[in-house]
Design a binder for this molecule. Structure first.
Ligand SMILES: *Cc1c(COP(=O)(O)O)cnc(C)c1O
Length: 462
């Protein structure tokens, strides 16, 4: 199993090397050269299995011979051990044929724990075997960073630096990043927005001297291992609703396009997915693009769903790669045009995109209204991101096909917005009830590449 870059100019790598490398050296993102498939019988056989066993069967073919079966089973077991729900990703019903996939029972109450906990264990196992260490730098709009700090804190072979936009993450998100006491994890509050953090991270990866010196590794959603971890819950939920005999649709609150792209992979593997619905907030570059208006950057407007406040959606490059028939040169050209503001999608590629994805947008008012109305209709208290999913799902779903909306975070992670909309203050689960009492540790830092690189060099424990 080989991994290739979406821009076609980087060396082919194994799963493990692609995972440890993150961004490809040509600026592209790694994808499997061929997507493995599962037969109808193999999918049917997943019914009734534990989350961990489904995870093993779905992900195993992507790993090649990088990990032994025994190693990989241990990795999966440790990754999901700390979750607060025996089903890991339980499905609850909202309305006839509309289901909510609760992805917020991990240590930081957002779906990113599914990928980050796994990748933490994968890194630890691979690096220990190699006798190596790496520096992980991540950019976050809130949830990736907290998940990474929780997943990597205390590991020997890894230093972690998380860049988040100062003042633009929720208090729970911030505290989940600033309160862990492990010496190898560092929260950096950058003066800028999420796109600035993401751009700084890309610049570090493109500074090859720095990249090699600190042995830079990435765990942002550009890392294919993260996408892979998210493929699993498409299988567990679809199978419990009758797949492969019955088609299932999904609506995904989308920012960086990682989670929905995992749905695309699941579909390519053979899972009978009918619709993949991209739900955006007012930062709707993806909705505009999928509606045929080209891909043009706008201003990022802060919203009550901050984890989706994104204008440049990094994993969309992967979707484009497939829409353009795996033409790396075409993707490289588009990404070049994006530097000066945006690009138009060719007619053929647009058709290919629309064959797989539909989209919808949800305003701030509609987000709050959905939190309130869903509470009244089903009793479910939604976080703002999940509410965006539910609103768009209700517009798009057909009564004949079950719709699964991904609930990407726990309402207690965004208590202010939830309370304002519903009048209910969502309590933290008891296992993290003392979060507001722990002391914080954070460095406020300028949005400047040299300043950031100097800080990281200085704080790597040698
Ligand atoms: C990260 C995140 C999203 C967006 O997911 P992508 O994979 O970036 O599209 C949505 N909701 C929440 C709560 C998140 O943390």
């Amino acid at each position: 199993m080989k991994y290739i870059s979406t821009r076609g100019q980087a060396p082919e790598l194994t799963f493990e090397d692609a995972m440890l490398t993150g961004l490809a050296r040509d600026g592209g993102l790694y994808v499997p050269a061929e997507i493995p498939t599962m037969s109808k019988d193999e999918i049917a056989a997943l019914a009734g299995l534990s989350y961990e066993e489904v995870a093993f069967r779905v992900m195993r073919p992507f790993l090649g011979d990088c990990f032994t079966d025994e190693e990989f089973r241990g990795i999966i077991a440790r990754a999901y051990d700390g979750f607060g729900h025996a089903a890991r990703a339980p499905l609850v019903q909202l309305a006839p044929n509309h289901f909510l996939l609760e992805l917020f029972h991990g240590p930081t109450l957002a779906f990113k724990d599914f990928a980050m906990q796994l990748i933490g264990q994968l890194f630890e196992t691979a690096l220990k075997r190699r006798g190596e260490s790496v520096t992980i730098v991540g950019a976050t709009s809130g949830d990736t960073g907290s998940a990474a700090i929780q997943a990597f804190g205390g590991l020997d072979a890894v230093n972690v630096f998380i860049l988040y936009p100062h003042g633009r993450v929720s208090e729970v998100q911030r505290r989940q990043m600033t309160t862990p006491t492990d010496a190898n994890v560092h929260a950096l509050a950058v003066d800028g927005d999420f796109d600035d953090c993401q751009a700084a991270l890309k610049d570090m990866f493109n500074d090859f001297d720095f990249r090699d010196e600190v042995r830079l590794a990435g765990v942002n959603s550009i890392n294919f291992a993260r996408v892979l971890a998210q493929v699993v819950y498409y299988f567990t939920s679809a199978v419990s609703l009758g797949a492969p005999e019955r088609k299932v649709s999904f609506t995904v609150p989308t920012g960086n396009f990682g989670d929905i792209f995992a749905g695309f992979i699941a579909k390519q593997m053979g899972l009978p997915i009918d619709q993949l619905v991209v739900a955006t907030n007012q930062n709707d570059i993806l909705h505009r693009c999928l509606s045929g208006q080209g891909y043009h950057k706008g201003e990022t407007i802060p919203s009550i769903s901050p984890s989706m406040d994104i204008q440049v959606s990094s994993n969309f490059e992967r979707a484009l790669f497939y829409a353009y028939g795996q033409d790396g040169a075409a993707v490289a050209q588009l990404m070049d045009e994006l530097k000066s503001g945006g690009f138009e999608v060719s007619q053929g590629a647009m058709q290919a995109l629309q064959e797989h994805y539909v989209s919808g947008r949800c305003s701030e008012e509609e987000t709050s209204a959905t939190i309130k109305s869903e509470r009244a209709a089903s009793g479910e208290l939604l976080c703002p991101h999940s509410a965006i999913g539910v609103k768009v799902a209700n517009e798009q779903r057909e009564t004949s096909v079950p719709m699964v909306t991904l609930a990407t975070a726990h309402p207690a992670k965004f208590p202010a917005a939830v309370e304002e909309a519903s009048g209910i203050h969502p309590p933290l689960p008891p296992r993290m009830a003392d979060l507001y009492d722990r002391s914080e540790r954070v460095t406020r830092i300028a949005n400047d590449l040299t300043t950031l690189e100097t800080h990281i060099r200085k704080h790597i424990a040698h």
